[in-house]
Design a protein around this ligand. Structure first.
Ligand SMILES: [Zn+2]
Ligand SMILES: [Zn+2]
Length: 265
């Protein structure tokens, strides 16, 4: 990666804004091919470097498995933890163009990548989710402070086109993030699970940014089928913690979809 892109990945938001003005009509990943707003400023060559998640993968958490396996299987991690979702799936492996676009979208406010990232999610998820009785989409919430800092919740932004295509609502008021968990990138699987286990709380069911008080009951979701959406899924601990809250509220089934699948290194 050249130093210019390095600067963009870690640089402040204005860097993205200036680059957007300097390079209209070119791919914002390689700057070496044409691309426009409708394709999220990602050109055909960079798109060709996207690694879609393909079988074989764990039937529960979607963890891709290298090699040839013809039967369905669950990975060792899934055998060890209590999962509150039925399945977790991702559109693409979090590497190359996908990893870079997700990082810049999330941390540098490079929102022009939205059509690219949302497109990957919809393309992979819609054939699986359509006509399967799903009732709502719940994006993994950000803590209010972080949301204010970032200006948007990337999971919610990615959830909206998916929900629109399915003709079901996005419900952001059901689950709140009550603990401002710190970045998980340096944590082990066990530490991640511990880190997020108490981070989420059932919301009031109304549009206000704090959890329900002890004087009122959380909303009931009896019989609901819920799709949880996040930008990146790594161990699945975060999505699992959200799924647990939804199941406590009475959701009958929960599945998880993310744009990118990362693995612990
Ligand atoms: Zn490109
Ligand atoms: Zn698994």
């Amino acid at each position: 990666m050249n130093s210019g892109l390095q600067l963009v990945r870690q640089g402040p938001r204005w860097v993205e804004a200036v680059l957007g003005l300097l390079y209209p009509g070119v791919c914002h990943l390689c700057r070496d091919e044409p691309a426009g707003p409708a394709d999220g400023y990602v050109g055909a060559e960079c798109r060709a470097r996207v690694h879609a998640v393909r079988a074989p993968f764990c039937q529960r958490c979607g963890l891709p498995y290298p090699g040839e396996i013809s039967h369905t299987f669950s990975c060792a991690n899934c055998a060890e933890v209590e999962l509150h979702f039925e399945t977790a799936r991702a559109a693409a492996i979090a590497d190359g163009p996908v990893l870079e676009a997700v990082h810049r979208y999330k941390y540098s406010d490079a929102r022009w990548f939205h059509p690219f990232l949302a497109g990957l999610l919809c393309e992979a998820a819609l054939p699986e989710l359509r006509d399967a009785g799903w009732s709502m989409v719940v994006p993994v919430p950000l803590h209010a402070v972080k949301r204010r800092e970032r200006g948007f919740n990337q999971a919610e932004a990615l959830a909206r086109p998916l929900a629109r295509a399915l003709g079901i609502p996005v419900r952001t008021e059901l689950v709140h993030r009550v603990a401002p968990t710190h970045t998980q990138t340096t944590l082990s699987r066990e530490q991640r699970a511990e880190n997020v286990s108490r981070a989420f709380r059932a919301g009031s069911g109304r549009r206000r940014p704090f959890p329900w008080s002890p004087h009122e009951s959380p909303p009931r979701l009896d019989g609901a089928s819920v799709i949880v959406v996040d930008d990146v899924l790594t161990t699945g601990a975060t999505a699992n913690a959200v799924a647990r809250e939804l199941r406590r509220m009475g959701a009958q089934r929960v599945c998880v979809w993310s744009t990118a699948r990362a693995t612990l290194t």
